[in-house]
Design a binder for this molecule. Structure first.
Ligand SMILES: [Zn+2]
Length: 120
């Protein structure tokens, strides 16, 4: 006696068994066919899953390369720095509107958002 019979062994045992009626044999053989189908399907799924995982890993490597090419390695550092903005109040000498300008932008030429007069 084996501990575990293969599907083929079970099929032969059923067919050789004289104490079973034909209906029981048909039921058991049908079960064997379904089990065999499921087993093939699982093998196929495992193969496809493993291919998909390999593909995903390649995609991830590609993405990393693209990210590095586009942004360089410093992309992850830029969000760490917390910059403090200081604003300067500027009065438009055309329409009198008070405009708050970020300090760093004071070096550039800005226009009044209200009347489009050149501020400085
Ligand atoms: Zn203005």
């Amino acid at each position: 006696m084996k501990d575990c019979y293969s599907l083929e062994d079970i099929k032969n045992k059923i067919s050789d068994n004289d104490s079973m009626d034909q209906d029981t044999k048909t039921i058991l053989n049908s079960l064997l066919i379904h089990i065999n189908d499921m087993s093939n399907e699982i093998t196929d799924l495992q193969k496809r899953l493993s291919e998909t995982l390999e593909y995903a890993e390649l995609l991830e490597q590609d993405m990393d390369n693209i990210k590095e090419e586009m942004f360089g390695e410093e992309i992850f550092d830029t969000f760490d720095e917390e910059e403090e903005f200081t604003y300067v109040e500027v009065k438009c000498n055309n329409c009198g509107e008070n405009i708050y300008v970020e300090n760093d932008l004071m070096k550039e030429h800005l226009f009044c958002p209200n009347c489009e007069n050149k501020l400085f």
